[in-house]
Ligand binder design. Structure first.
Ligand SMILES: Cc1cc2nc3c(=O)[nH]c(=O)nc-3n(C[C@H](O)[C@H](O)[C@H](O)COP(=O)(O)OP(=O)(O)OC[C@H]3O[C@@H](n4cnc5c(N)ncnc54)[C@H](O)[C@@H]3O)c2cc1C
Length: 468
């Protein structure tokens, strides 16, 4: 418990709201996406400005509190909440300014992707971003960020021009390629290890409002031949073609034939990143694979960006992985088909395994340019287990892990940290980049105030003593 006089002193200079256990709104505010992380912070600081974030950071340091930082709360690893410490909630930092002439956007550290897309699409612009509208730009961008348009425009962090960051010592600094360039390098893939980003400035690209995009569905018996044909085609397709396949439970929607409703099936998501007319011929070979359901058609970009929202409601227990592959050979496809339907069937209707074609525009940026690694991977497979009863935890997590283990002969052994529930930091960066990240951590957060993340431990160790 924190002494109430200390909280009152903080309130004096705090524009946002401070919530203590038992107060109205506290229980709602502490919830995060993954219900497995049912934590009770000693204090929730609902910040309204960068100054509030700096005040909360100073308060945490001076009182020796564990710090959790939350934007959208979508960390499946539960890294944006804590027991006993302070939860710095960025949800009030909603600034959203678009400059259509310069094709840039400034977004507060608490903006969600649905809000970002709505504001930028008003001008026919976008930047690659989350495929679910309620994901936060904060954890997403600092961890890299794959959107549907990354095939052409790279990761979200590749489209960052500058950022305002609150450091562990409470200073508010700017960074870009020209200013504090080491910090700018680190926040593009290094997560929240070096500070809290209170404002992001992004480069925007023209897109939409209509894009050629949508979902298609096949009976599971077709999975082998469709996955092979998909791989053969997308390996040589232009970067404008963004695709993923998924083993899922077919929804009970009117557009799904009765014999597929509620059955494990193969889905495909497709977007042509460009003019829909130009995309027709590029997308056609996928439509020629004779899906039982074909919803690939011109639609607003914002509609496609929200299509997966029903698959990701808040409040389920979740175990997700994100494993990279070089290529998707026949052996990998056979193993995928052997395990993915089992994972889906074990916890319907939301559990699924997606395999994304990656590389493409992401590989266009040099590996050394940002902290983000593994740009040369061609595929990212993403088993998602979602369920409701705690008694199922061990069984369903074991199924997910067994699937990843079975795929290990075909995966690189490296993880996309934004999808990773476990500490995979060394795998994710490799030795040389990890050493550079440790040096950066030593410079910006030597006492590891920001440790609730995919943690880069400072040279002094994970729990170096905090100075007041
Ligand atoms: C439903 C769903 C859909 C997803 N879709 C995609 C997808 O399409 N592509 C993809 O690449 N990933 C996707 N992800 C993974 C997503 O990138 C990560 O979960 C990401 O961390 C979410 O960002 P957030 O702001 O919501 O996270 P939070 O849970 O709020 O925070 C996660 C981490 O980021 C840190 N953080 C948050 N905000 C800031 C900030 N402003 N400054 C510094 N650090 C910050 C926190 O300290 C914490 O360590 C998805 C996840 C979910 C649950």
């Amino acid at each position: 418990m924190i002494e109430s006089t200390r909280v009152q002193a903080l309130q004096g200079s705090f524009a946002g709201e401070l919530l203590l256990p038992g107060e109205s709104g506290y229980d709602e505010c502490r919830k995060v996406f993954n219900a497995m992380h049912d934590r009770r912070p000693a204090l929730i600081a609902r910040c309204a400005s960068s100054a509030d974030v700096a005040a909360a950071v100073n308060f945490a340091r001076q009182n020796g509190l564990v710090v959790a930082v939350r934007c959208g709360g979508h960390s499946v690893a539960g890294l944006s909440t804590c027991d006993d410490g302070i939860l710095i909630d960025l949800g009030g930092l909603k600034k959203m300014e678009v400059d259509p002439t310069a094709r840039t956007a400034r977004a507060g550290g608490g903006v969600l992707w649905g809000e970002f897309d709505a504001a930028t699409q008003l001008h026919g612009l976008h930047t690659p971003g989350g495929r679910v509208t309620t994901t936060g730009i904060g954890g997403f961008t600092t961890g890299g960020g794959y959107g549907w348009t990354s095939s052409k425009y790279g990761l979200t962090c590749d489209n960052l021009i500058s950022a305002e960051v609150v450091l562990a010592d409470g200073r508010v600094v700017s960074c870009s390629e020209k200013l504090n360039d080491d910090l700018f390098w680190g926040i593009r893939g290094g997560g929240s290890n070096f500070g809290i980003v209170t404002e992001f400035e992004y480069r925007l690209h023209p897109l939409g409002p209509l894009v050629l995009a949508g979902l298609a569905l096949w009976p599971i018996e077709r999975a082998g031949d469709v996955l092979r044909a998909w791989r053969d085609y997308v390996d040589g397709a232009p970067d404008e073609l963004s695709t993923a396949c998924v083993i899922l439970t077919a929804p009970p929607e009117p557009f799904v034939p009765d014999h597929l409703k509620g059955q494990v099936a193969l889905g495909m998501a497709v977007m042509y990143v460009g003019n829909p007319e130009d995309g027709k011929a590029i997308v056609q070979p996928l439509k020629d694979l004779r899906p039982a359901v074909d919803l690939i058609q011109p639609m607003p970009y914002t509609v496609f960006q929200s299509l997966l929202d029903p698959m990701a409601p808040k409040g389920y227990r979740s175990y997700w992985r994100g494993e990279y592959c070089k290529g998707f050979p026949d052996g990998a496809i056979d193993t995928f088909i052997q395990h993915a339907p089992q994972l889906t069937a074990a916890a319907p209707p939301l559990s699924q395994t997606i395999i994304f074609r990656v590389g493409q525009g992401v590989a266009a940026t040099a590996d050394s340019a940002t902290a983000f690694s593994h740009r040369d991977a061609d595929y990212l497979f993403h088993p998602i287990s979602m369920w409701q009863q705690a008694t199922d935890d061990a069984r369903l997590i074991a199924i997910n892990r067994a699937f990843c283990d079975a795929m290990r002969p075909y995966s690189t052994g490296s993880a996309y940290l934004n999808f990773s529930p476990e500490d995979r930091v060394r795998d994710a960066y490799g030795a040389a980049k990890h050493a550079r990240l440790v040096a950066l951590k030593d410079r910006y957060d030597p006492h590891n105030l920001f440790k609730l993340n995919q943690n880069i431990e400072p040279a002094g160790g994970p729990s170096a003593r905090l100075p007041a």
